[in-house]
Design a protein around this ligand. Structure first.
Ligand code: WT7
Length: 661
């Protein structure tokens, strides 16, 4: 506590010096502090004082922390707020219930248009407590990991918070993933409990989620119990291990003692794709993650008390975790749970929802904006969007045309569009136009400015920091921040190798970026073999693994190509084994089916090109660079082919590609 007060004092002094504002501004958090750009400087140059003050003010602690940070990026060691104890669900629920129990926490925008349901903070707390008690009664303990395979709905949010309440980690698996992908994640996370729903409903279609869980269970012998909630009225087959969730919840007490958690205890695992190997379970912990989600939610979107925040992401992705659930709820916001699609029942769905729910901040993905743009302005203009204040974009680069349309048509030219760059690994937004100054200039299609406490650098190919502007390089972070992932579940070495080995002392994002003359950042795309299909991240190696399992296939190479709506599409080159005689169309269908079944539909190739051989170096490495250029029809950009084993292979590939188009 002694150290804390010293730091706090230092922080106050800095703020007063820089902002010439009253002490009360500090006590009130960051609102009202003028000269936020100066405060950003301070958040980097004196990050400990900054985060200490913010953590003390923004979170509700049962024991204060004694050490602000203990990090060593060269070893992948990241610890924040040690000594501190708190409970995330208390921070997201109880403290708001004390001040305003009737405030709406969730608006569930169900797939059926106009059938939304509202849940107050009081109601959400009750659901969470009943569920927390139910899990406890069924033996779920602090430190266990519960897998949640549900669509975006109130019981899914309550499940996440119930885990947080009793100190279990959650592992949400996107409900679009196949049984195999689900099973793989359950096994890796060593979950013995799964929560699901009987069926999902999206875009008017029913998906058999419980059946998918049943299939996954065949290869998950350690799962002891599956809680099944009812999204539809259709009964499903229940086995001895299945538990009717709502029925059992009703029997539980509405009070659930929150576990007292250490700052660095695990809050959740979330699997994401890398350039090689199996998906990795990134680990986020309690205090730092929550603080970072809450602070970014408030400042990037200019969220104010009483606003209705509409992030249309699925809870199965990090965007759903940070900006549907944790950030908004930590700030006491009303958050929207969007269960449907942008074009169901028609392309006016988002804007009809904005009007009906009076949404103030709308946060979505470029892929959906590009799709809606094609349907025309009338679908937007039909609806009153006057409540909108900020428009956000996330997950992939937003092209200028989509940005302009979002700004001019959706926002009537009066709402700032914030293009937010971040990753599953970063926990929350790191680069965005308005982390600080709400009047700052915005350049279309640029993520622009680092958030408080974020210190981005660009690296050249030699691993040297590029100090000048108007330059491009590998995007790294020179300083730790509270929201960053702590490790990869069960594989800390992979964590170090992936993020901290490439540029020792720095966190490597895997993305390239350009820094303009003015010092603004623009993300240029992945530097590795990860692609982004409709904002969904997938490693090309994962798709190749599936394709290669087909007995007829000798080898394959998957690359991304520019797709006008999805951002990137999947293009697979396939070489068949000698002597295989099949119809290419049949085999294509089979391979597509395999990828959907083993991973998810979105990963299924848009194009499959059968080739006699792939271009390789003399040492036998597939030259993906060449394949990427071929699928982009950028033959001028093929570059140096002198290391190629057999240059004729490239000509064959080019001809095959032209035939396919
Ligand atoms: C990758 C992270 C951020 C949450 C959703 C995706 C790409 C993300 C942007 C943006 C250009 C972006 C990057 C990043 N990306 N946001 N605003 N502009 N690219 O999280 O699944 O972990 O994917 O998405 O390539 O590395 P994710």
């Amino acid at each position: 506590p002694k150290l804390n007060s010293k730091l706090f004092k230092a922080f106050k002094c800095e703020i007063i010096k820089i902002c010439r504002c009253k002490l009360t501004y500090v006590a009130a958090g960051l609102e009202g502090v003028s000269g936020r750009a100066a405060l950003r400087e301070l958040s980097v140059s004196n990050s400990e004082s900054f985060w200490a003050a913010v953590a003390r003010h923004r979170l509700c602690w049962s024991t204060p922390f004694h050490t602000v940070q203990d990090c060593d990026l060269s070893r992948g060691k990241i610890k924040w707020f040690e000594g501190g104890k708190l409970n995330v669900s208390v921070n997201c629920l109880d403290r708001h219930v004390h001040t305003c129990p009737e405030r709406v926490a969730l608006i569930w925008e169900r797939d059926e248009r106009g059938s939304e349901m509202k849940y107050t903070y009081g109601e959400l707390l009750e659901m969470t407590c009943r569920l927390g008690n139910l899990l406890r009664r069924h033996g779920v303990k602090r430190g266990d990991c519960v897998t949640i395979y549900m669509p975006t709905c109130p019981l899914a949010v309550a499940s996440m918070l119930a885990c947080a309440r009793i100190g279990a980690a959650h592992n949400v698996v996107f409900a679009g993933f196949s049984a195999d992908a689900l099973a793989e994640r359950i096994r890796d996370a060593q979950s013995s409990t799964v929560i699901t729903v009987n069926q999902g409903v999206r875009g008017g279609k029913v998906t058999e989620l419980k059946k998918t869980v049943d299939t996954a269970m065949q290869s998950c012998p350690t799962v002891k119990q599956v809680f099944v909630a009812m999204r539809t009225d259709n009964p499903v087959t229940m086995t001895a291990r299945d538990i009717a969730m709502e029925e059992e919840m009703l029997k539980e007490d509405v009070v659930c003692e929150p576990a007292v958690m250490n700052s660095e205890d695990v809050l959740f695992l979330l699997y994401t794709s890398g350039s090689t190997g199996k998906p990795k379970g990134l680990v986020h912990t309690q205090a730092g993650y929550l603080l970072y989600a809450a602070l970014t939610h408030r400042y990037v979107f200019s969220y104010h008390d009483g606003d209705v925040f509409g992030c249309v992401a699925d809870i199965g992705w990090i965007t759903g975790h940070s900006y549907v659930v944790y950030g908004p709820l930590a700030n006491g916001a009303t958050t929207v749970l969007f269960e449907s699609t942008p074009i169901y029942p028609d392309p006016g769905r988002y804007w009809d929802m904005v009007e009906r729910l009076k949404i103030n901040q709308f946060y979505g993905a470029p892929t959906a904006i590009r799709l809606l743009l094609k349907y025309g302005d009338q679908w937007v203009n039909k609806y009153d969007r006057s409540t909108l204040k900020t428009l956000g974009s996330v997950g992939e680069p937003i092209n200028t045309e989509a940005w302009e349309w979002y700004h001019r048509v959706v926002g009537d030219g009066r709402c700032p569009v914030v293009d937010t760059w971040w990753q599953t690994e970063t926990g929350g937004i790191c680069i965005a136009p308005r982390p600080s100054d709400p009047d700052a200039e915005i350049v279309p299609g640029m993520a622009m400015r680092p958030f408080f406490g974020i210190n981005p650098v660009l690296m050249d190919t030699e691993g040297e920091v590029l100090t000048s502007n108007n330059t491009s390089g590998a995007l790294c972070m020179a300083q730790p921040w509270p929201g960053m992932a702590r490790t990869i579940h069960n594989n800390h070495q992979r964590f170090i190798d992936t993020y901290f080995q490439p540029y020792p002392g720095y966190f490597f994002t895997g993305d390239g970026a350009y820094r303009s003359e003015e010092g603004y950042y623009q993300i240029t795309g992945r530097l590795d073999d990860v692609i982004n299909v409709s904002g969904h991240r997938i490693g090309t190696a994962e798709i190749e693994d599936v394709v290669n399992q087909c007995p007829a296939v000798a080898e394959s190479a998957v690359v991304g190509y520019t797709h006008s709506i999805k951002g990137q599409g999947v293009y697979a080159f396939v070489v068949l084994k000698k002597g295989i005689d099949v119809q290419e169309a049949d085999l294509s269908r089979q391979l597509n089916g395999m990828v959907s079944e083993k991973i998810a539909k979105y990963a299924s190739p848009d194009f499959i090109q059968f080739a006699k051989r792939l271009p390789k170096t003399r040492s036998g490495k597939i030259m993906r660079r060449v394949l990427r250029k071929v699928v982009e029809s950028d033959l001028e950009g093929l570059g140096d082919l002198s290391t190629l084993d057999d240059p004729a292979a490239v000509q064959e590939i080019i001809q095959g590609h032209e035939k396919l188009l």
